[in-house]
Design a protein. Sequence first.
Length: 174
Amino acid sequence: MYLITAYFDDETKATLQKHINTIAKASSNTYMIDNKVPPHLTICAVEAPNVDVLVRGFKAFADELQSGEVMLASIGTLFPYVVYCAPVPSRYLLSMSAKANEIISAVPDVSINKYYRTDSWLPHVTFAKKLNDDQMIKALTVMRSSFVPINARIVRVGLSKVNPHVDVDVVELS
């Protein structure tokens, strides 16, 4: 699997990483830290025979984008394993998803994960994953007292491999 990801300005990145670290400390679940998963918002998840078939489409996608603001406003869960923060839906985010889906779906031998198609996409920034029940409760408890909405700026996009998370290409947005 490969990801097209949005990355945030340095201040937002530091705040999000602080939340990831806080949950890891409170829950003893260090998956995100151990696997060096940076704070990011996945725009599109793709199955492809190899990353090389995606590079041209990724460049076309990135060329159509500009930096933009998002409001990371709430905490959520994907039961039973994930805690995340979610942005307020916006034209900016939905147009990003639509562009990625349009361009990447035209690449032969590629399929977009059904949860990352524009009509079924739940944009989120993962804070913790692979949590058990006790870790989930601890993660939500600590976020209840520390999370406040974040005015964030998306400043770059990446094409990434997963497990471990490794950027193949990153484009700075103007």
